[in-house]
Design a protein around this ligand. Structure first.
Ligand SMILES: Nc1nc2c(ncn2[C@@H]2O[C@H](COP(=O)(O)OP(=O)(O)OP(=O)(O)O)[C@@H](O)[C@H]2O)c(=O)[nH]1
Ligand SMILES: [Mg+2]
Length: 200
């Protein structure tokens, strides 16, 4: 979280700082939906149709109505002010795309792990990934209409999360709800780095 940059030709033009944030979580947890809801530009998506060919690898239990899946990444952008932009990268949800993760995570400020309480275990690999690399993250519990409601404390216990990892209930379809998740991430990153927590 740096100050302003200027362009290389020293014309004094301000170049906004771009911070990279990952939106991760298990298969079908709502990553693509969240990036789309938050992005001010038409999001880049890499959705492919789920076909019978994936029957042995794609576990659709709990998300039976899902028809597509991300096969590379999602990309979206948010302008905070003239000096700061957030670049959002949604990860693919399925294990067979793990080879992309190191590229996507390179230089990331932090991450949102979306959890779907119908398939909570699916977000363990994302949590492990960020914990092992010391990348600060928050957990957004995406409240699907047909999912049983659990308290955040119950979800925290089930995920065996450190007490300092923020958790937020959210609706990935809703921009305002998504912003609340991002704000909690930015505040968490600031605390993690020992920097002053930004105020809205
Ligand atoms: N009711 C409800 N549906 C949601 C919510 N978030 C996502 N969905 C729906 O759930 C389905 C899966 O969402 P995606 O955003 O594709 O999930 P994903 O995590 O990107 O999936 P993969 O990339 O395949 O891992 C879509 O049909 C969404 O419309 C939510 O908060 N509530
Ligand atoms: Mg997706």
């Amino acid at each position: 979280m740096d100050s302003v940059r200027y362009d290389g030709e020293r014309r004094g033009n301000r170049v906004p700082i771009a911070l990279k944030i990952l939106i991760a979580g298990g298969f079908g947890a709502g990553k693509t939906t969240l990036v789309s809801a938050l992005s001010e530009v038409r999001p880049l998506q890499t959705e492919e149709i789920l076909t019978g060919a994936g029957i042995d690898t794609d576990d659709l239990s709990g998300v039976e109505t899902k028809t597509t899946t991300t096969v590379a990444m999602d990309f979206g952008r948010i302008t905070i002010n003239e000096d700061l932009q957030l670049y959002l990268f949604g990860t693919p949800g399925q294990d067979r795309f793990w080879f992309l993760w190191d590229e996507l995570a390179f230089g990331a400020l932090g991450a949102v792990v979306l959890a779907d309480t119908r398939r909570l275990a699916d977000c363990f690999p994302s949590i492990d990934y960020f914990e092992q690399r010391g990348i600060p993250f928050v957990v957004g519990v995406n409240c699907f209409d047909d999912a049983r409601r659990f308290s955040l404390e119950a979800v925290r216990r089930a995920l065996d999360l450190d007490p300092d990892v923020p958790m937020v209930l959210c609706d990935a379809r809703d921009r305002q709800s998504g912003k609340t998740v991002l704000i909690s991430l930015v505040e968490h990153v600031a605390r993690h780095r020992g920097e002053p927590v930004p105020t809205a």
